[in-house]
Structures are given as structure tokens and as C-alpha cells.
Design a protein around this ligand. Sequence first.
Ligand code: TTP
Ligand code: MG
Length: 390
Amino acid sequence: MAEPYNASVADRSILHLDMDAFFAAVEQRDYPELRGKPVLIGHDGPRGVVATASYEARPFGCHSAQPMAIARRRCPHAVIVPVRGRRYSEVSKQMFAILDAFSPLIEPLSIDEAFLDLTGAEQSQGAPEDVARRIKQRIRDELQLTASVGLAPNKFLAKLASDMDKPDGLTIIRADDIDRVLPPLPIERIWGIGPVTAAGLKDVGVHTIGDLRARPIEWLQARFGKDAERYWNLCRGIDHRPVVADREAKSIGHEQTFSVDVEEPGEVRRVLLGHVEQVARRLRKHGLSAKRVSLKIRFGDFETVTRSMTLPVATNVTTELWDAASRLLDAWTFQPVRLIGMTAERLCRGEAQPGLFRDPEHERQQRIDAVTDRIAERFGKAAIKRGGVS
Ligand code: TTP
Ligand code: MG
């Protein structure tokens, strides 16, 4: 295997979401007269192509990427609606805004599709299955649309799962289900195997994922070279690819603008500590750590400046983040401050290298954080006041 076995990688909780008949569903929502009817989205001309077909049109054999002329022949009573790209982008943004509430680790795949890593979010968000239901419900309530969701220990399985009960599905593939669910599936379902590769495999009697699994690694190596290991893993339901959040979402920050300049250095430090505590709590809530800390500061009417520091090891421990933030603050000669903000960047799942370099002070601080988080959750943030601002 390319990567060593790692429990935190193997036991993840990955959610894949894909909107149902996205463009067509938006049109049917915006134009009620289209509801319940076969709808083809795309240009109605000799060279037109179907972007998508509503679920009512699919039983007739209409689907994405098909020449419009063929789709029309298959379903002559379908309503053809031109693509309104900007409208779908707007709705897509609204969908992603809903997802944002559930995890900062969101990887957008396309206009209507995303992965979320919910590993470690159980305490704050509830069981992944509940999260999936709540996401679907919010999409239904707020967007009047349906989505299909898959939950699994990795990306490959989560994407397979979301496709298994479309539309409006919620499918869970657990580690125990892999040996039952995967083998009967056609090999095209393996990520990376396109129609050409699939045809070649079928020629030699490999039709299903189970057939591919039965071939020894040497056979795969001879056929696929450096991709052999990936396919060997995928047909066994093994996929270590991480969920990679997009750049924008890849930070958690907090800032405050004051109505007047704050002239008292101690006051600025207290406010900054409050920001650090909030950011650290949010990191822990989502099971994330940060490898970089950024400070944003505005002195009086001057322009805003930022300074960053890369940490030796990613952390979500309040004191360690505070240590970095206060050092950044001290690097400036004090002047009255109008705005101060702190951002945790280069987020990663959990703690980097758990178990390595175990530092008793780090562990002690982790226990303190865990207690303060529980208190804050129960009694509100105001219940926690960290003492010594040093
Ligand atoms: P998909 O998620 O592939 O399809 P879908 O949402 O229409 O249907 P499903 O319920 O099976 O998920 O793609 C999302 C949108 O992207 C789709 O509504 C239209 C657009 N699209 C194209 O324009 N061309 C294409 O070839 C495909 C596959 C999609
Ligand atoms: Mg879709």
C-alpha cells in the first residue's frame, strides 16, 4: 500500500451529496407548470446536447450528454428548456451555504456535488446519519429541492452510495457491507475506469468489481502499471484520498472592529485571547487542527496588515494557538488598534502525528480544553473566562 495503515484514515466518516436532476429540478421548481413532466435541459437545435433530463424523462432513455435529437425521438412529449447557467450557479451557492453549517471540510466536486468529512464531528453535530438527514431536510425546506446522500468510510464508497438510491436517497455503506455491496457492481463503477479501460477488461472476462478482485496484484501491475495498487485497493473498498477543502473554506477566523481606537495594550490582548479561544473551540468542535496562525490588525485609520506564523506541529490547543497569536502581536510596536482578528489556517483533520513526541504539557492542555468546551457547551461561552493574559 502507498500509505501505511492509519486508523484515523481508515475509520473516517465521509458524506457525498449530489443534487437530483439538478438543472431540471431547478426549472421545475421555478416553473411549476413543468412539475411532473418529462423535461430536457439543453439547446433545442440539430447540434443541441442534453445537459440533464428530469426523472420523468429518464424512463424513456433520456440522459445527460445525449444529442437532443435522440432525446426528442425517445420522448417526443418532453418539454425542452434552455440552460440558465447563472440561475443554477446561484442555487448551487445556496446549497453550499447549507453544507457550510455542517462541516468546514467541504470539497466541492461540481456545481451540484460535494464531499464532507464528518470524522470527529459526532460530538458537535450528532451521528453522521442524523447529519445527512438534517442536510437533506434543509435542502428540501430552504431550496425546495432534493439531494441524494451517501455515507461511508471513504470517498469512493460514499460516492457509490449516494448514487444507489437516487432520487432523494440516503444510503450508508459500512465497512461490514463492502464485501457484499462491491463485488456485483460493474467495473465501470471503479473511480478512474472509463469506457475504454472497461471494454478492455471485459474482453478478458473482468466484468464486475468481484472479477477484478479475483485477479492477483501481479496481473493488475502488468496491466495498469503504477495504477495497479489504486485499483487493487478500490475493488476492495480501500481509498485513502482525503477530503480537501477549497481554499476559501480552509480557514477558521474571528475578528472584531472597535468603534473607537483601543489605546490600552492589555485590552487588545484580552480581545485577541477571546478570538483565539473561539477559533480554537471551533477547530476542536470539528475535529480539526491548524498548521498556521494569522493575525490581522488595523492601527487607527491605517490600512489593515496581516502577519502569519507556521506552527511546528498542527494544533487545536488554545494555549498553543494563543502562544503563536500573542507572539505575532508582540512583533508590532504597540499603537492604538481599531481592528483585530485571528485566523487558523492550513487546517487538517485531527491532530498531526498523534502519539509522536507526546508532550505531557500538551496533553494536560488538551484535557483543560476538553473541560472548558463542555462547560461552554452547557452554560455558554460567557461561563469561561481564561485568567492570566500574559
Ligand atoms: P449530475 O449530478 O451528473 O446530474 P443531475 O444532477 O442532473 O442528475 P442526478 O440526479 O443523476 O445527479 O450533473 C449535475 C448537473 O450538471 C446537471 O443537472 C446538468 C449538468 N451536466 C451537464 O451540463 N452535462 C453533463 O454531461 C452532465 C453529466 C451534467
Ligand atoms: Mg446531480
